[in-house]
Design a binder for this molecule. Structure first.
Ligand code: WTA
Length: 651
């Protein structure tokens, strides 16, 4: 075990929001001793309420919790209007286009764009509080305007990541019964235009979406696209005539803010629901604590707004904190592997937040590339989305941070809304590849299903044993699934607690190391993919009788998908041809990022007598590990030999 600790320099971090472990413990003890008092004090201090709340936490109907009941606010006011007194001319968003075009948008300008967009949605499209809007957008400022405009009028946005297919959009539009879809013609990637709008057309052509009244299209690449008369309208043509004043809808603390679909271990993706006050409070608090955001900082999170990291740490968190946030349209390696470091130098980035996959890729293609740029503006480096391996951590720490910048390895999830376990840059001694300690206020515990704490150094289940303000409020339209998926597995003191799906280990310092998913969710390049979803898609290939998808280690992506396939035909095409065909189905039904890297055609799958596939066994076989699992419980143990044989033959 690597246990070397890197201590924050006391002088350098004297002004940090949390600048010592004493302060960390003071806060965490405050929360432990007086949980509601802790949250009450921050909710009062941080949020500009329209009307104060009367109750901090109502957990009488767990897992359905209500925070800050009676309170009224508007998240767009928290992110914009309240900054207009003293920060009207401060840059809110720096947009860097992939071709190098740059837009600097002040808080005043942001307010104008958001108000106009909100008026467009409300007055022109008739959107009212509670309506759902699906967004399928590139990384352009209009994505931020639309999100905040939804917040302003109380509409619920549901962003579908631009890498998803038409089928994936269709199922999300259907599930949420969206009234409006907002997209763009497309944007630019690797020096070329790409398209989004045609994918929306394809999604709607699948039918059953009569509730979708309109499609609003932002022009970004100005390529020719098909417009459906009476249904499709152009944002750029409508926006200028809108008023730049827009009365914000008064929202209750627990009104929904947004939906974001994410994969679980079973079934279709779940619409994770977040609500107003608790979410924005925690987005802001973690910006201050984990990123130590200061007024002069230029903060950059490289995520896409289509994922939770983009929601909380490109848009809502930074803007609620009155920070300057960078939005980047392109990819890290175009025109070359120095692109991001060039941006850090030119924009004088102070906090840089990215994924281990990106770090591994940049390390591989441009080991010494950071040396060519002045990265001395950097104060804090962040990592998110997947476990960061020691090699990537060390390169990031030494090459990018030059040994001067703490790495905040932030563990959290779509469902948690914001950071849960992370070092605090001015306080926590950091350790290679370790998420360290819960953020103050968060009661994270590693335990077994009954709540017994796991022994030091042993793997256990990572649970959150008290509800927190930014937690998921439900699975859209499916309360039972919400209860079962998150509160069905683990208990403490006999009561259900939130189980993350991740395994973790605690060391003697109390530091938590995430060991990865314990369920059938596979983390490919930080994208959560449910094996059941991919298997359902593979099952639609005509030659497939059955399949099982597992994660296998991948040097850049962390994990990649490996599919074991049983064919239903004696006569079939070559393996390679079939692999291509199956992948094209996955691409169509989910998106290119869910394609399998490897296919192994097998005569059978290892099933228990109750019919459950032993995926752990397949995982071992895929990497050629010795089989140590007990296979005597299998319905047909002899199948294991056959799978091993097929795997060897096809490797
Ligand atoms: C994984 C992304 C290790 C984890 C914010 C979790 C991590 C899933 C880390 C959530 C980390 C996220 N170290 N693993 N620092 N951060 N994960 O919902 O398995 O896209 O359950 O949210 O990513 O992915 P999601």
């Amino acid at each position: 075990m690597r246990t070397k600790l890197f201590y924050p320099n006391k002088e350098l971090w004297a002004d940090a929001a949390i600048n010592s472990m004493d302060e960390y413990h003071r806060l965490q003890d405050f929360a432990k001793n007086d949980y509601e008092g802790f949250w009450d004090s921050f909710a009062k201090e941080k949020i500009t309420w329209r009307k104060p709340y009367t109750k901090v936490l109502d957990d009488s109907n767990m897992p359905f919790v209500r925070w800050f009941e009676g309170g009224e606010l508007n998240v767009s006011e928290q992110c914009i209007d309240r900054h207009l007194n003293d920060k009207a001319d401060k840059i809110a968003i720096i947009f860097q286009g992939e071709k190098g075009d740059i837009q600097k948008i002040t808080y005043k300008q942001l307010s104008i764009h958001v108000n106009k967009t909100a008026n467009l949605l409300r007055d022109h499209f008739g959107i009212t509080k509670g309506d759902r809007i699906v967004m399928y957008m590139p990384m352009i400022p209009e994505a931020a305007y639309v999100m905040l405009a939804c917040a302003r009028i109380g509409a619920i946005h549901s962003i579908v990541f631009g890498g998803f297919s038409a089928d994936a959009i269709h199922s999300r539009v259907l599930d949420a019964k969206a009234k409006l879809i907002i997209t763009a013609d497309g944007a630019f990637r690797r020096g070329k235009p790409y398209f989004l709008k045609p994918t929306v057309d394809e999604a709607l052509a699948k039918g059953e979406c009569d509730f979708v009244e309109k499609v609003l299209v932002v022009k970004r690449n100005y390529e020719d696209i098909n417009m459906v008369a009476g249904r499709d309208e152009i944002y750029n043509d409508l926006i200028d005539t809108m008023s730049d004043k827009c009365e914000a809808e008064i929202m209750q603390s627990e009104d929904p803010l947004f939906l974001l679909y994410t994969s679980g271990s079973t079934g279709k993706p779940k619409g994770v629901l977040h609500s107003q006050a608790g979410y924005i409070l925690w987005a802001q608090m973690t910006m201050e604590w984990v990123f130590d955001i200061k007024d002069s900082d230029i903060y950059w999170c490289t995520a896409d707004v289509g994922w939770i990291t983009g929601h909380t740490y490109i848009i809502y968190g930074p803007l609620a904190s009155g920070a300057t946030t960078v939005m980047f349209e392109g990819v890290p390696t175009y025109p070359d592997a120095g692109r991001w470091w060039k941006m850090v130098e030119e924009l004088k980035i102070t906090q840089f937040y990215t994924s281990p996959t990106a770090i591994r890729m940049l390390h591989k293609v441009g080991d010494n590339e950071p040396d060519n740029y002045d990265l001395s503006s950097l104060r804090i480096l962040g990592s998110v989305g997947e476990p960061i391996n020691p090699e990537a951590w060390e390169w990031y720490y030494n090459k990018v941070g030059r040994g001067n910048c703490p790495i905040v390895d932030t563990w959290w999830q779509t469902e948690t809304g914001g950071h849960m376990i992370s070092p605090l840059p001015g306080a926590t001694p950091i350790q290679t590849s370790c998420a360290t300690l819960p953020v103050p206020g968060i009661m994270a515990e590693v335990m077994d299903k009954d709540g017994t704490p796991t022994a030091i150094g042993e793997k256990g289940l990572l649970c959150i044993t008290r509800p927190w303000p930014a937690m998921i409020r439900g699975v859209w339209g499916d309360d039972e699934r919400f209860k079962k998926a998150y509160f069905g597995e683990c208990k403490k003191d006999g009561k259900p607690v939130y189980f993350s799906g991740d395994g973790a280990m605690v060391d003697e310092k109390g530091y938590i190391t995430i060991t990865g998913r314990t369920d059938d969710v596979i983390n490919v390049s930080g994208h959560r993919i449910g094996s059941a979803e991919v298997e359902a898609s593979i099952g639609n290939a005509p030659m497939v009788a059955e399949s099982a998808v597992v994660g296998q280690p991948h040097p850049i992506k962390g994990e990649s998908l490996c599919a074991f396939i049983i064919l239903n035909l004696k006569e079939h095409a070559g393996y390679e041809e079939m692999a291509l065909e199956i992948n094209s189905i996955i691409k169509k039904e989910i998106g290119a990022f869910a394609k399998c890297d490897r296919f192994i055609f097998v005569p059978g799958l290892p099933k228990t007598r109750s019919g459950k596939i032993m995926r752990r066994l397949l995982r071992s076989i895929s990497v050629g590990e010795e089989i140590i699992q007990d296979i005597s419980t299998l319905e047909d143990p002899s199948v294991v030999e056959e799978i091993i044989k097929a795997t060897k033959e096809q490797s």
